[in-house]
Design a protein around this ligand. Structure first.
Ligand code: GLN
Length: 283
């Protein structure tokens, strides 16, 4: 596990509890209403916009995998990206005097390469854990949320992290995630099935195609509550991860501007407001 993430310990239990409070129905379709007006800072920030080296002037262009509720997913009413991260990105862009622009959905394991290669997006935001491996390829903003992993099984299953470590067991994950790393390190005997799509993995566990699925705990909690009521979290895995915003190593000015805006959002209550909207409480 130490390989998975940079250290941290705080906020873990709180997150596990808070994630349960999220309600998709209550939150859907209102992402554009997030307010983060900070009229005083936008003029300071826009003066430095030229040096931010954005792929599109005046815009913060975001790459994301949009199947990761409650962090980023497509609102079926508006057909637009919505979620905690989307509100955060919108508020962040506003603080920087920019408009947020989401690129179409892309696979999770293409996000870091997209930012590393450059030219398409300024940032990747998708509940992306800050890891040493990824930091070799790209930079991360300061952390904005603590998270853990969950082992999801059928409600009727008695499997856990011991019984699943067997060559007869299939354990799914989203390809390229810290969940995949956890399975490799902790269930080395199981058959690892790396998928692109969270829903496909959850459905596969439901139908018995896979025996388990390892995914970020807040997403597991959300999916089990909203859609997959016949699944359960067999084990909460305290990996102590932190999410950060991925920025190119070639754009340190952008990273600095993002960190400044993030700090303002932490200080002026914007982050608290977004956390309360999506998790029912501050984290
Ligand atoms: N937090 C996990 C990771 O960074 C999963 C992210 C995701 O699937 N969107 O690997």
């Amino acid at each position: 596990m130490k390989k998975i993430s940079k250290v941290l310990t705080g906020g873990v239990a709180a997150l596990a509890t808070c994630a349960l409070a999220f309600s998709l129905a209550a939150c859907g379709g209102s992402s554009s209403s997030t307010s983060s007006s900070s009229s005083s800072s936008s003029s300071d920030n826009s003066s430095s916009e030229a040096s931010l080296n954005l792929v599109n002037d005046g815009k913060l262009t975001v790459a994301a995998e949009l199947g990761f509720a409650p962090f980023e997913y497509i609102d079926t009413n508006t057909n637009q990206p919505t979620g905690f991260d989307v509100d955060m990105a919108t508020a962040l862009a506003q603080k920087m005097g920019l408009e947020v622009n989401y690129l179409p959905n892309q696979k999770f394991d293409t996000l870091v390469p997209t930012i590393k290669e450059g030219g398409k997006a300024d940032v990747a935001i998708a509940g992306i854990t800050i890891t040493d491996e990824r930091e070799e390829e790209v930079d991360f903003s300061d952390p904005y949320l603590d998270s853990n992993q969950a082992l999801v099984v059928k409600s009727s299953s008695s499997d856990d992290d011991t019984t699943l470590n067997d060559s007869s067991k299939k354990v799914a994950c989203q390809a390229g995630t810290t969940g995949e790393e956890w399975i490799k390190e902790n269930l080395p005997n199981a058959q690892l099935v790396a998928l692109d799509d969270v829903t496909a993995a959850m459905t596969g566990v439901e139908t018995g195609l896979y025996d388990g699925f390892v995914i970020d705990l807040p997403v597991a909690d959300n999916q089990l509550k909203e859609s997959f009521t016949d699944l359960k979290v067999a084990k909460e895995i305290p990996t102590g991860e932190q999410y950060g915003i991925v920025v190119s190593k070639d754009n340190p000015a952008l990273k600095e501007a993002i960190n400044k805006a993030l700090q303002e959002m932490k200080d002026d209550g914007t982050m608290d407001q977004i956390e309360t909207k999506w998790f029912g409480t501050t984290l």
